[in-house]
Design a protein around this ligand. Structure first.
Ligand code: NAP
Length: 283
């Protein structure tokens, strides 16, 4: 039996149609003022530049505008904090995306945490993470939030299921695990010091690969009928999981490309629209 394809590309296209309508309504109520996402790119890493461009293009597709901030590779933490402060106080900026990773001399955590919680549409602050973890209203970290939206759109049952998340990064593995826990899954988090990784993955009803190594998670480690979510994307169009043999064995899987990536961007845009609605329609 062939697995259900968790088609992030088509979900994101459907969502954009809805978001475009909400943006048009916001503009109409606010004298033509569009929601604005500020993107900050520090340095000239080509992959990061591409991701920022894709996010700006997604803004355009739904009728939003973006402020593109580009800073040199030698930027200091102090300079980046000052730039974030400026955007925090700019009433025309409704959301802030600081593209990860920033050059190594910068204290990325301090810069993420400088983002005003009301503009933390990429869900990167400790404050937002804590609120999300406590199941309070918060903008979720865009990649895991996009994965949760995908699982929900396809009615994937999570309650009581054993989810194994491989990776514990602040923007992906860790928030993913807490979101799955809040959805009543039983969650195991694995990382580089985990022992017997294949044995743990074999127990999973849901596997999330967020390792950053091409096809690191082998298909043979995954049981028949599991739901397979691959957050990775590497040159050659492969993810963190060896997906090809799973196409006939899994219950469902996110394709690479066209699975997690489009819903990450869409979640950033959706959360930006919500932030703009809160800012522009208050009072
Ligand atoms: P990261 O910060 O490098 O984290 C990788 C995680 O994998 C770490 O927690 C690390 O453990 C763990 N790990 C490394 N080697 C391992 C091993 N041998 N066994 C078990 N765990 C191991 O990466 P990330 O930012 O979370 O990204 C993960 C993947 O998602 C990458 O492929 C990235 O390209 C992709 N990604 C995609 C999107 C998207 O929009 N689609 C967005 C972000 C990231 P330790 O904590 O012990 O070091």
């Amino acid at each position: 039996m062939s697995a259900l394809v968790l088609d992030g590309k088509s979900l994101s296209t459907q969502s954009e149609a809805d978001l475009a309508g909400r943006v048009a309504e916001l503009k109409q109520k606010n004298g033509g003022q569009a929601p604005i996402l500020a993107t900050i790119l520090v340095g000239a890493d080509p992959a990061s530049a591409t991701y920022v461009k894709m996010k700006q293009n997604a803004c355009k597709r739904v009728g939003m505008e973006s402020i593109a901030v580009e800073m040199p590779a030698h930027t200091s933490t102090r300079e980046l904090l000052a730039q974030i402060d400026e955007l925090n106080t700019n009433p025309n900026c409704h959301g802030i995306l600081l593209q990860h990773p920033v050059p190594s001399q910068i204290d990325e955590r301090a810069c993420f945490d400088q983002i005003d919680i009301a503009k933390d549409v990429d869900g990167v602050t400790c404050h937002g993470f804590g609120r999300m973890a406590m199941d309070e209203d918060a903008y979720g970290s865009a990649t895991p939030q996009g994965i949760m939206r995908t699982l929900e759109a396809y009615d994937i049952d999570l309650a009581g299921k054993h989810a194994v998340v491989v990776g514990r990064s602040p923007i992906l593995g860790k928030p993913m695990a807490l979101m799955l826990l809040n959805a009543n899954a039983t969650v195991t988090i694995c990382h580089s010091k985990t022992q017997n990784l294949p044995d743990l993955i074999k127990q999973a009803d849901i596997v999330v690969g967020a390792v950053g190594r091409p096809e690191f998670i082998q298909a043979a480690w995954i049981k028949d009928g599991a739901v397979v979510v691959d957050a990775g994307y590497h040159p050659g169009g492969v993810g963190d999981i060896e997906l090809a043999p799973l196409v006939d064995r899994a219950a469902a899987y996110t394709p690479v490309p066209g699975g997690v990536g489009p819903m990450t961007i869409n979640t950033l845009i959706q959360q930006s629209v919500i932030a703009a609605e809160k800012a522009l329609l208050k009072g």
